[in-house]
Design a protein around this ligand. Structure first.
Ligand SMILES: *[C@@H]1O[C@H](CO)[C@@H](O)[C@H](O)[C@H]1NC(C)=O
Ligand SMILES: *[C@@H]1O[C@H](CO)[C@@H](O)[C@H](O)[C@H]1NC(C)=O
Length: 363
C-alpha cells in the first residue's frame, strides 16, 4: 500500500508544478549533468510542444518521447521525466507545433547508484582529479553545485552539495563525462557523481504568518513478515534539503555514515527522501526546512489518511484527524486519491506563495 501511496503522490504532483525543474533560454542548447533516479522537469515554453529524444552518439534517430514510458508532457509544454535512467542520457529536443525547434537539452543522467558520498565532519575526502590516457592533458574532475540550504534552522543541521563528473580537454569547455564518453569512448573507474555533506547552523527566516499544512499518514505497520518499512517524503528530492525525525530526534548523515544508527537508514540515491525504518516511531520529514509529512505507526493493515494543520512558528496541531476511507477497497483507493490531492494542494500552496520560485529551480 505504501508503494501505491508513493505512486499516487507522484501522479498528483506534476499538475501542481512542484517538480524540480531546469530551464534553458529559447532557441538555445543547454548542456547539463543531473542524477538518475530523481524526477526532473525540462522546461519548454510552448503549448502543444512535441519532444524528441536522441542518444548522444550521432548514429541514433530521434524518438518521439511519447514512446518513452517514464515521461509526460505537461500542458504548458514541459517534459517530466520520472526517475530517469543513466541510459536516458542524451539530447532532448522541444519543437513547437509547427516543427520549429524551441530548445534542446543535452542531459547526462549520471548514475546515482554509484554516488561517491563523503562527510566533511568524518574527514572523508572527495575524489581526486585524474588525467586520462592517452592524452595526459585531458582532465577528469568533479564540478560542484552550490551547497543546498541547511536541512534545519535554528539548530545544528546538515547540508549537502552534488558534484558531477566532467571531462576537460585542453582549450575546450568541460563536458559531462557520459556525454563526452559517447563521443570519445573513454572509460575510467573515477567516472562517478559525488555527494558531499557537512554540518551547518542557519538562522530561521522570520515567519510570515503562514498557516502551514502537512500530510499525516497513519500508514505503516510492522507485522511478522516485515522487518523494515520504507517511508517516502512527499516533495523530497536529492536536489532539495530533506531531514527526518524519529520521535522528534533528527536523523543525521553523520550517524548513518559512521554506522552509529541502526534504527533507520536514509536512501542516499534520493538524498534521504526515502527512509527505511526498522522500529515503530513517529517519523516526520521536512523539505526546505518545512514540515511536509508525518508518519504514524498503525497496528492495522488498512491505511487511514488525515491531515493536520499547523501555525507557522507555533507548530501546534489544531486540526483533528478525520478518519476516512474505511470499507471497500475501491472506496479506499478513490478516497485516498481525492484526499491526497486535496491535502497536497494545501501543502503545496504555501511553497508556491513563499519560496518555491527559487527553491524549485535548479540552475
Ligand atoms: C505556425 O505557422 C503559422 C502559419 O505559418 C503561423 O501563423 C504561426 O504563428 C506559427 N506558430 C508558431 C508557434 O510559430
Ligand atoms: C581539479 O580540476 C578542476 C578543473 O580544472 C580545478 O578547478 C580544480 O582546482 C582541480 N582540483 C585539484 C585538487 O587539483
Amino acid at each position: 500500500m505504501l508503494t501505491t501511496l508513493g505512486l499516487l503522490l507522484s501522479l498528483a504532483l506534476p499538475v501542481l508544478g512542484t517538480y524540480v525543474s531546469i530551464s534553458c533560454p529559447s532557441h538555445n542548447q543547454c548542456q547539463r549533468a543531473l542524477l538518475s533516479g530523481n524526477d526532473i522537469l525540462l522546461h519548454c515554453p510552448s503549448t502543444g510542444a512535441r519532444w524528441y529524444y536522441l542518444q548522444a552518439d550521432e548514429t541514433s534517430r530521434p524518438t518521439n518521447v511519447l514512446h518513452v514510458f517514464n515521461t509526460d508532457i505537461l500542458s504548458e509544454g514541459s517534459l517530466l521525466i520520472r526517475s530517469p535512467q543513466p541510459s536516458q542520457t542524451g539530447y532532448y529536443r522541444c519543437q513547437d507545433p509547427n516543427g520549429t525547434q524551441v530548445v534542446q537539452y543535452e542531459i547526462d543522467f549520471q548514475d546515482v547508484t554509484t554516488l561517491h558520498i563523503t562527510h566533511k565532519g568524518l574527514g572523508q575526502k572527495p575524489l581526486q582529479n585524474e588525467t586520462l590516457s592517452p592524452n595526459e592533458a585531458t582532465l577528469m574532475f568533479t564540478r560542484w553545485e552550490p551547497w543546498q540550504d541547511c536541512n534545519r534552522c535554528g539548530e545544528p543541521g546538515e547540508r549537502k552539495r552534488l558534484g558531477y563528473c566532467y571531462i576537460q580537454e585542453p582549450l575546450l569547455e568541460p563536458m559531462p563525462c557520459w556525454l563526452y564518453q559517447d563521443e570519445a569512448k573513454t572509460w575510467s573507474s573515477r567516472m562517478q557523481p559525488e555527494l558531499q555533506i557537512e554540518a551547518c547552523l542557519e538562522e530561521c527566516k522570520p515567519s510570515e504568518g503562514f498557516t502551514w499544512e502537512y500530510v499525516t499518514f497513519d500508514s505503516f505497520n510492522f507485522n511478522k513478515e516485515s522487518e523494515s518499512v520504507w517511508l517516502s517524503c512527499p516533495l523530497g528530492s536529492i536536489y532539495r534539503p530533506v531531514i527526518w525525525e524519529a520521535d522528534n530526534v533528527p536523523l543525521t548523515w553523520r550517524d548513518q555514515l559512521s554506522s552509529q544508527d541502526f534504527s533507520a537508514s536514509m536512501d542516499s540515491s534520493t538524498g534521504g527522501s526515502q527512509l527505511q525504518i526498522f522500529r515503530p516511531a513517529i517519523y516526520t520529514c521536512f523539505v526546505q526546512q518545512e514540515l511536509v509529512a508525518r508518519f504514524n505507526p498503525t497496528s492495522e493493515p488498512e491505511v487511514l489518511l488525515s491531515h493536520g494543520r499547523e501555525e507557522a512558528g507555533g507548530r501546534q496541531e489544531t486540526g483533528k484527524a478525520d478518519s476516512v476511507l474505511k470499507g471497500l477497497k475501491l472506496m479506499l483507493l478513490v478516497g485516498t486519491v481525492l484526499a491526497l490531492a486535496g491535502a497536497l494542494f494545501k501543502v503545496l500552496r504555501p511553497f508556491q506563495g513563499k519560496k518555491c520560485n527559487q527553491v524549485l529551480l535548479v540552475k
